[in-house]
Structure formats: structure tokens, C-alpha cells
Write a protein that binds this ligand. Structure first.
Ligand SMILES: Cc1cc2nc3c(=O)[nH]c(=O)nc-3n(C[C@H](O)[C@H](O)[C@H](O)COP(=O)(O)O)c2cc1C
Length: 201
């Protein structure tokens, strides 16, 4: 299996924050993992609550020119500039928050932009997840893990997995020692090319 755990100066991380409250647990956990990145690795942080995207409208099969808004353009450029994209979403109803899901919906629009070559350009980059949930049982977040893994597989990206934390009130994740320990090495983990689950036919 091909993996790449080297974090050199050619890497640049885009952290996509998807909570619906500021300075929440997911951002705290993502920042504690990011503190461990080598100094030369670029970090960019975007908060989807501050870069509002309208609901995605599927115009992929229409001939009208899609009007690209300012937030969309900012996010599209930031996404294409990053070697590593970290989806930092609280667990909402066992999956991604609406903010982060909507951001991924826009990837479908970008896939259809002529000459953007979104799919080819995303291939080989790495997708990661960070989430905090109030449930103690991380297995309940399987839906989120599957969504991110399969998204990476579709785009032939690497997948670094999901860093889990536990907490409900803002700041509570700081009491989760296991999450703090895992955050220290999360970005040194293996990043195999993502594969869809094997389906027996
Ligand atoms: C709309 C909503 C849905 C939620 N759904 C779940 C859930 O399915 N499972 C769970 O364990 N916690 C759930 N929670 C709790 C949050 O995951 C938890 O409070 C988390 O710490 C929020 O992260 P944040 O501080 O980064 O926003 C939900 C919270 C909200 C507001």
C-alpha cells in the first residue's frame, strides 16, 4: 500500500472549520493537532460560518453560466492551493455539519467547470477529518468516516483518517486526554490512497 507520511515544506494545509459556533471543540482539537505540524508547512484556516455559501444549486447540466460568488471563489482557490485538506466538522446527526457538507457539494460544481481539471488536480492530495461529538462511542461516527473516505476515493486522493474528540460544551474537549494524545501525532499518520469499501458481487 502506498503511503506518504513526510511533512515537508512542499505541503500546505487548508483547515476547513464547519461548526455553527465560534471557537468550538472541533476547532480546539484541530488547532492542537495543527500545532504539531513542522514550522515550514503552510497552514490556512477558513471558517465556513464566516464565508457563507448559499445552498449549492446543481447546474452541472445546464448551459447557463454559473455565477460564482465571492465565498465560493475564495474557497475554490484555497482548495486548489492546498496539498492537504482538513475537514474539521463537529458530529451533527452522525455525519458532517451542514456547513461542511455544503462545501463538499460545491466540489461537485467545481468538477463540472470546463478546463478547471478539478478531479485531476485533486488526485494525490490528502483529505483528513477532525470531529468532536458528545457521544462516548466513536463508532457512531462511522457515517462521517465513510463519507470522507469515499469522497477521497472518488477523487483518487489520499485519506488520513479522522481525529476524534469527545465533548459537548465549548472547551470540553480539553478534558479528553485521549484526544490530546492522538492530536500530537495525527498528521504523522499514514495516508494511503483512499479505496472504496470492497463490495462482494
Ligand atoms: C445540530 C447538532 C447535532 C448533533 N448531533 C450529534 C450526534 O449525532 N452525535 C453526537 O455525539 N453529538 C452530536 N451533537 C453534539 C456535538 O457534536 C458536540 O456538542 C460537539 O462538541 C460540537 O462541536 P463544536 O463545539 O466544534 O461545535 C450535535 C450537536 C448539534 C448542535
Amino acid at each position: 500500500m502506498t503511503t506518504d507520511t513526510t511533512l515537508g515544506k512542499d505541503r500546505s494545509f487548508l483547515f476547513v472549520l464547519g461548526s455553527s459556533r465560534p471557537e468550538g471543540n472541533t476547532e480546539i482539537l484541530a488547532r492542537s493537532a495543527a500545532e504539531q505540524l513542522p514550522a515550514g508547512v503552510a497552514q490556512r484556516w477558513v471558517d465556513l460560518a464566516r464565508l457563507p455559501l448559499p445552498d449549492f444549486q446543481d447546474g452541472r447540466h445546464e448551459t447557463d453560466v454559473w455565477q460564482v460568488g465571492e465565498s465560493e471563489e475564495t474557497l475554490r482557490l484555497a482548495t486548489l492551493e492546498a496539498t492537504d485538506i482538513v475537514i474539521a466538522s463537529p458530529l451533527y446527526w452522525y455525519t458532517l455539519s451542514a456547513h461542511t457538507k455544503r462545501y463538499l457539494d460545491y466540489w461537485s460544481g467545481w468538477l463540472a467547470v470546463p478546463d478547471l481539471d478539478f478531479k485531476a488536480r485533486m488526485a494525490g492530495r490528502t483529505l483528513w477529518g477532525v470531529t468532536v461529538m458528545s457521544d462516548e462511542d466513536e463508532a457512531v461516527a462511522d457515517g462521517m468516516v465513510t463519507t470522507l473516505n469515499n469522497t477521497a476515493a472518488y477523487l483518487r486522493m489520499r485519506f488520513g483518517g479522522v481525529l476524534f474528540g469527545n465533548g459537548s460544551r465549548p472547551g470540553q474537549v480539553r478534558d479528553d486526554e485521549r484526544a490530546s494524545v492522538r492530536a500530537k501525532t495525527f498528521f504523522q499518520g499514514e495516508t494511503p490512497i483512499a479505496q472504496f469499501p470492497q463490495v462482494s458481487r
